[in-house]
Ligand binder design. Structure first.
Ligand SMILES: *[C@@H]1O[C@H](CO)[C@@H](O)[C@H](O)[C@H]1NC(C)=O
Ligand SMILES: *[C@@H]1O[C@H](CO)[C@@H](O)[C@H](O)[C@H]1NC(C)=O
Ligand SMILES: *[C@@H]1O[C@H](CO)[C@@H](O)[C@H](O)[C@H]1NC(C)=O
Length: 509
């Protein structure tokens, strides 16, 4: 992939090449789309059977559910779950610059409605108004917020306004909670406050503070610096501090802009494996939970068995958080944890070995790992507990030692998810191009290894967007949405360094 140092011409070529790639695959993918549709005419899908069975039950009352963010895999997955459960699903998302998101063509939606983006001039008002209009016009019972990073706080604002003015309830934390969880330093402070383990963390607003913290550090402990805001350029910086000499450390630090206006955190470095979780919390109770190993760019998902010690520990952590939040704590909650390699090795030999979780980040919003819940029919009911007027069963009510609270976990633990477009480019085309351009470090074996991995995924993993019963969003993603995005950047002559297929974001540089 290119970065900001590459020339504008290279960027234009890259965009053109990706549009051509989409054209090359158009016949094949259209063929797949066609046959999927024919198949659906002839055979009724399991999803459709479940939906019909539920809707024919006399006691079943369909709800109107608004899912925002259906242009991303997570929103689309949730919309499909509610559809399968028999509800009426309204989908919504931003469509900046005439982009047409893939979720808009999903069979799961009764209707798709575009949202207005918060902007610098009028702030969040147009966005919240557009949500409010949808809630009123469509008589929405439940709003499941599934937005990206950019509108997290606006969503907190929207929740408060919608719940105050309509009878609709929202799966979304309020502004204060969203902000507290979203910022790394306040999240860590809160975690410590409620009695959970944290990695050693300092909020840094001056060079002196870094020096002081490093001086007091225990022997051998290393640290990393992270910006508190979302400055993309520094996100991937994993330089370990202190470096081998004081001069090198000083040199590295002098390159960083540290001040009251641009604060950082200095955090203990933990050598090990990273895990992430996705959970649904309703009124302070965890209702659905999944944990999985984090992969680079989070483009590959595989659930940990809920009975494993790792998954259980992360669930306990989440429960403690939810309980501390109290009755008004409702939303999607996801954490990133680090576990030391040596403890993981111990765990392999002894399932009861000690396990320390180091939370490093919290995202108060849905995580793409929610895709792992496909076909988990109990999921819709877990969301609908928010509409129950009965008080929720207390999390700590115990009957002979076991809690009575039910927590939904993915029904199918064997399915692993990837995104075919992402892997085709990263595992097959880029290594091949590198080989043809005789780049250093490339070889026939690396190309073969990439192709081998790609074929393995193609045959035994599942694409995050493709569903046999609802194939159009997948076709749309690769042949309408992405070519459109590349065309836009080509027209505007912009540069990008990374794209995220699951969230459909382009990272400018
Ligand atoms: C890609 O999307 C996932 C899914 O939400 C997100 O968690 C992840 O941080 C994104 N990757 C990057 C590099 O931003
Ligand atoms: C999702 O679940 C449905 C059953 O509810 C199943 O028919 C379908 O194959 C699943 N999709 C994937 C990608 O596993
Ligand atoms: C006690 O726990 C066992 C399982 O451990 C369960 O089968 C039984 O129904 C429980 N009894 C009551 C009264 O909840």
């Amino acid at each position: 992939m290119l970065d900001s140092d590459s020339s504008a011409l290279q960027h234009r070529l890259q965009n053109t090449a990706l549009i051509l790639l989409s054209l090359v695959f158009l016949p094949l993918n259209t063929f797949i789309l066609f046959w999927s549709s024919v198949y659906n005419r002839v055979f009724q899908s399991k999803v459709q059977q479940h939906r019909n069975a539920n809707r024919n039950r006399a006691s079943f009352k369909p709800k109107t559910i608004l899912v925002t963010g259906v242009g991303m895999t997570k929103g689309l997955s949730l919309a499909r779950l509610f559809y399968e459960a028999g509800h009426d699903v309204i989908g919504a998302d931003f469509e900046p610059n005439g982009a047409l998101v893939c979720g808009r063509v999903s069979k799961a939606l009764k209707v798709f409605l575009p949202l207005r983006k918060p902007d610098a001039r009028s702030g969040s008002a147009p966005y919240i108004q557009s949500l409010l209009d949808i809630v009123r016009d469509e008589k929405v019972d439940l709003w499941v917020s599934c937005s990206g990073v950019a509108s997290a706080v606006e969503d907190g604002e929207a929740k408060q306004i919608i719940e105050a003015r309509t009878s609709c309830k929202a799966i979304q934390f309020d502004i204060k909670t969203t902000q507290m969880l979203h910022e790394k330093h306040t999240f860590i402070a809160h975690t410590e406050e409620i009695g959970l383990t944290i990695p050693e963390t300092h909020t840094i607003t001056s060079r002196d503070a870094v020096d002081a913290a490093l001086r007091r550090a225990p022997e051998g402990r290393k640290y990393i610096m992270k910006t508190i805001g979302m400055v993309d350029a520094f996100r991937a910086d994993m330089t370990l501090l202190p470096k081998s000499t004081t001069e090198e450390t000083a040199k590295h630090l002098s390159r960083l802009d540290i001040s009251k206006q641009s604060p950082w955190i200095l955090q203990q470095f933990i050598k090990g494996q990273e895990y992430c979780t996705h959970s649904l919390v309703v009124k302070g109770h965890v209702r659905a939970f999944v944990a999985c190993p984090s992969a680079e760019l989070l483009m590959h998902y595989e659930a940990l068995p809920p009975s494993s010690k790792l998954s259980r520990s992360m669930l306990e952590f989440t429960k403690t958080y939810a309980k501390a939040g109290g009755e008004s704590f409702t939303g999607h909650l996801s954490f990133d944890f680090l576990v030391e390699q040596q403890e993981l090795d111990c765990l392999n030999n002894n399932p009861d070995a000690k396990l320390t979780l180091y939370p490093i980040e919290c995202n108060p919003r849905a995580h793409t790992a929610v895709a792992l819940f496909n076909g988990t029919t109990a999921m819709a009911d877990a969301y609908l507990t928010l509409l129950d007027s009965r008080p929720a069963p207390r999390a700590d009510s115990k009957m002979n030692g076991t809690t009575t609270e039910t927590i939904v976990t993915p029904r199918d633990l064997k399915t692993r998810y990837y995104w075919v477009g992402h892997d085709l480019v990263n595992l097959v085309l880029l290594p091949l191009l590198a080989l043809l351009a005789l780049q250093r470090g490339s070889s026939i074996t690396s190309v073969i290894r990439g192709i081998d991995l790609f074929l393995d995924r193609l045959l035994s993993w599942k694409d995050g967007t493709y569903e046999l019963w609802d194939p159009l969003p997948w076709w749309w993603l690769y042949h309408i949405y992405w070519p459109g995005q590349f065309w836009n950047t080509l027209k505007a002559d912009k540069k990008w360094s990374r794209i995220n297929v699951s969230t459909c974001k382009i990272f400018a540089c």
